[in-house]
Design a protein around this ligand. Sequence first.
Ligand code: FE
Length: 346
Amino acid sequence: MKKYISIFALLSVIISCKPEKKKEADDNKKQEVTVYTHRHYKSDQELFAGFEKETGIKVNVVNAKADELIQKMSLEGDKSPADVLITVDAGRLVRAKDKGLLQSATSEFLDKTIPSHLKDADNNWFGLTKRARVIVYNPEKVKAEDLSTYEDLANEKWKDKLLIRSSGNIYNQSLLASVIANLGEEKATEWTTNVFKNLARTPKGNDRDQVKAVVAGEGNVAVVNTYYIGKLLNSKNNEEVKAGKGIKIFFPNQQDRGTHINISGAGVAKHAPNKENAIKFIEFLASKKAQKIFAESNYEYPVNTEVEMSDLLKSWGTFKEDTLSLTKLGKNNKKAVMVFDKVGWK
Ligand code: FE
């Protein structure tokens, strides 16, 4: 019995010492934040370096496609080193939340800075930049008055004149998800069928390739994200600059719901070893300074409304954006993929 007690006493000493030891270890631990990101833009390297400089917190970057990162986090479970997940669309953030891979992050700054339709209702993710999916057109062949809505792209007048990338791309899936939210699945299927019939070629290439094809005369109009126009105009490649200069931008649905937007955003990982640093990191990306860099070096629209837009973004004009909750895009993603399959749009 005596032996029993002494072991018990010893154990309780060890247990009571443990928090002290752990705290000490935490204090000595190098400050870091591990970011799983799908973003593939130069602006981000600049931003991560800026965060390290300002806070002394080292940023570890793991770069891959969002689906791969989500799978990696699932497999790693509570051993995952991920603190933050960044994607280039809301759909994947909704998916990560549904899989239980994110957690709520409380931040007064994010609460007041990011409009409610651009973030998760439970603070599992936050939009950081906006991208508008617009129509671009060849001004030698099309007048702005000929354009109006996404719905109108299903009109026969665009037969063999429309360029848009493959349906496997999340930007198109989210656009269709928004059409489903607005028109219902049946009408959205009809729309997709007719848009598909109007394509000038079998979908191929990225958004930039669609712009180049318009300028090369393969079609007259294309559907692309705005920031790619900025990238073309600022490219070191003359052909790309020529493509960027050869088109004009049209913001669809200005008389009704507004132009479809998506976000690039971030959430705190469920098992984040450095949750506090993760929140600090996301707050930094939503700060005026960082938002300015997103706008100036990646031509994305800031979510922080206090940030002035870059001259290039201003030159495209202001527009009414669709304020459909982005969660809806994630929820409708499966339906969108099914509609594309049904129509045969690969
Ligand atoms: Fe992109």
